[in-house]
Ligand binder design. Structure first.
Ligand code: ADP
Ligand code: TRP
Length: 325
């Protein structure tokens, strides 16, 4: 069995880019018979920025509901909330003591903010060590991540090596799994879709609101009757990721022929999104209107996962010379 693990911070409702670029590929990998998949919601990481508890828990539920709505099988695999297994912070402490200061000072996640050090809390500085504990605590072999997280993964590997070098084979050294053809979903303004740019599409919005977001996609001012360059059209770029290749080709031809406006293309995109995510939208809405059920699923996920973390902690405590139970 190969163990594959990934985490998503509970800082926002996952958007179309997160779903197509991270969640759906993980769901696919999790379906292989020799794969054991762990997906968790990194709410301790989110605390570095989201301070209000109820808001954070609501976002935990949104992320959990998204995983389930996108087909992640919580019976075969494990879906849990990071803070429901607080022992991970004990492991973080042990790992902290094997993490060189310059390694953390060199992390992009910290360096990007280091021009205003008064805004940086210690949690943000040691963020990569908690991430290493998330991975090493569960003996993960593979970690699917976006390119921006590769540096953090290297740190997790370095920390594991440093402990193994001194104490023998205590920790499994994980490997990053970066999608081959890294699909980059554009946002409504044509830049990479990201929660930080405010250009994202939340596919779980009510239809009217979703339509409004799609109507706001940036287009040029080519008149309706004139031919349009499909490759420069954000609506088409998005449609290509949602519709079938035949549907994409059809839209391409219509754009290039002229007499077909961006408004038409946006309506088709709306239809395609509603169709493709029809089932997911239903599951998501049901789960979000039943928070107790979501909490039950998360509690069960944590309960099924806890023994693995305990086992790793025993190994680490034993290696470091602390008492074991
Ligand atoms: P954001 O940019 O909105 O803050 P995150 O950095 O939290 O998103 O992304 C979580 C994961 O979702 C990333 O590691 C990446 O694999 C995927 N992802 C995010 N945005 C996109 C996108 N526009 N296209 C494809 N994948 C994306
Ligand atoms: N830092 C990751 C992100 O922002 C989230 C994360 C936390 C994570 N712990 C992890 C991802 C462990 C993979 C494995 O995207």
């Amino acid at each position: 069995m190969q163990r594959i693990l990934t985490g998503i911070q509970s800082t926002n409702q996952p958007h179309l880019g997160n779903i197509l670029g991270a969640i759906e590929p993980m769901v696919q990998l999790s379906q292989a018979p020799n794969m054991e998949a762990f997906a968790f919601i990194a709410d301790l990481h989110a605390l570095t920025t989201v301070k209000e508890g109820q808001d954070r828990r609501h976002k935990v539920r949104q992320v959990a509901a998204t995983w389930i709505a996108c087909g992640f099988d919580v019976e075969k695999n494990r879906l849990y909330c990071q803070s429901d297994l607080p022992e991970v912070t004990e492991l973080t402490w042990y790992l902290n003591c094997f993490t060189p200061f310059p390694m953390l000072a060199n992390a992009h996640s910290f360096k990007d903010k280091s021009n205003r050090l008064s805004d940086v809390n210690a949690g943000l500085f040691t963020y990569p060590v908690l991430m290493a504990a998330d991975i090493l605590g569960y003996d993960a072999h593979w970690v699917p991540v976006g390119k921006d997280q590769l540096q953090h993964l290297e740190m997790a590997r370095d920390i594991a090596h440093s402990i193994n070098h001194r104490y023998g084979d205590v920790l499994v050294v994980p490997q990053a799994k970066v999608a081959e053809e890294t699909m980059l979903i554009p946002g409504t303004d044509g830049q990479k879709m990201s929660k930080s740019y405010g250009n994202f599409i939340d596919i779980f919005l009510p239809e009217k609101e979703l339509k409004k977001v799609l109507m706001g996609i940036l287009t040029d001012s080519t008149p309706l009757e004139e031919p349009k360059d499909a490759d420069a059209c954000i609506v088409y770029q998005l449609f290509k990721c949602i519709g079938s290749p035949e549907q994409a080709l059809e839209m391409r031809n219509k754009l290039q022929a002229g007499g077909y406006g961006y408004g038409h293309a946006k309506s088709e995109l709306l239809g395609a999104l509603l169709q493709r995510f029809d089932k997911a939208r239903g599951i998501y809405a049901d789960l979000m209107s039943n928070p107790d059920e979501l909490e039950r699923i998360l509690a069960k996920g944590a309960e099924r996962t806890r023994p693995i973390l305990h086992e790793t902690l025993q190994r680490v405590r034993n290696a470091l010379g602390f008492s074991v139970s």
